[in-house]
Design a binder for this molecule. Structure first.
Ligand SMILES: Nc1ccn([C@@H]2O[C@H](COP(=O)(O)OP(=O)(O)OP(=O)(O)O)[C@@H](O)[C@H]2O)c(=O)n1
Ligand SMILES: C[C@](O)(CO)[C@H](O)COP(=O)(O)O
Length: 230
């Protein structure tokens, strides 16, 4: 896919988290895999997609680590993150001109293994359908709800893991996120805000190895996948 074959696409990467579940000494996006930070790996995944014209990176206001990465020299636009992921994404969206970038793709800094082919599949399907969508993978295990004991078994039919990137018309996403946050709705992904605002969201099946590094055990798995996946 080349730049002249699609609308100019902006990318937002929320990277302002503290990675508390990782229990590491520094935010997980700055942990190293194969000699590069997870953040650098994730940015490189977006930079490998020609259709993505510009990247806006939401960083913690007091982030002391970014300067130590090779990204310091890049043309990536740095914006201030917010208290939660949804605030970080909305903050970044405020800087994106929807006339220049009618579509925006949001991808977690904590997902360094996403395939270029999956990103391009998501973009192609959404542009063809003229509606936003998300990469997702089907649930394969039997799903239970409960705490110490099972309260119910949740049917896994038509049940998906939402992944990122998530890809939407820029103006619609900014409005939906802003309205949801103003209404006190807590959303953990962009699709939730779009659904809340009444928009249809496409499910585009992606690879399940597009993992979000969240807990300590995820690091070795991500290192393995990075060796396997171009
Ligand atoms: N205020 C926040 C919180 C999270 N994120 C980003 O959103 C992505 C997904 O969030 P998550 O995996 O929950 O990261 P953390 O919030 O850092 O992890 P934790 O919940 O364990 O603290 C990450 O790239 C994270 O950096 C962000 O930009 N701004
Ligand atoms: C956006 C996301 O990665 C989709 O699964 C997920 O919602 C992020 O959740 P987190 O709690 O911020 O990690």
């Amino acid at each position: 896919m080349t730049n002249d074959s699609v609308t100019a696409i902006a990318a937002v990467m929320p990277a302002a988290g503290i990675g508390s579940r990782m229990q590491a000494k520094l935010p997980k996006q700055y942990l190293q895999l194969h000699g590069k930070t997870i953040l650098e790996h994730s940015v490189a995944r977006l930079q490998a997609v020609p259709a993505i014209s510009r990247i806006w990176l939401a960083l913690a206001a007091d982030d002391p680590y970014f300067a130590g990465t090779a990204l310091e020299q890049s043309d990536i636009v740095r914006v201030k993150g917010g208290a939660e992921r949804m605030h970080s994404v909305l903050n970044a969206l405020q800087f994106i001109d929807e006339h220049l970038y009618p579509w925006v793709l949001v991808h977690d800094a904590a997902r360094p293994v996403v395939r270029r082919s999956d990103i391009e599949l998501l973009v192609a399907r959404c542009l063809a359908a003229e509606q936003g969508g998300i990469l997702a993978c089907r649930v394969r295990d039997t799903m239970k709800r409960g705490e110490l004991k099972v309260s119910e078994t949740v049917s896994r039919e038509h049940l998906w893991h939402a992944l990122t990137p998530q890809f939407f018309p820029t103006a619609l996403l900014r409005a939906a996120l802003k309205d949801a946050i103003t209404a006190g709705v807590h959303v953990t992904d962009e699709a939730s805000a779009m659904e809340w605002a009444g928009h249809s969201v496409l499910l585009v099946e992606g690879h399940s190895d597009n993992i979000k590094i969240t807990q300590p055990a995820d690091l070795a798995l991500a290192a393995f996948y990075l060796e396997q996946i171009v």
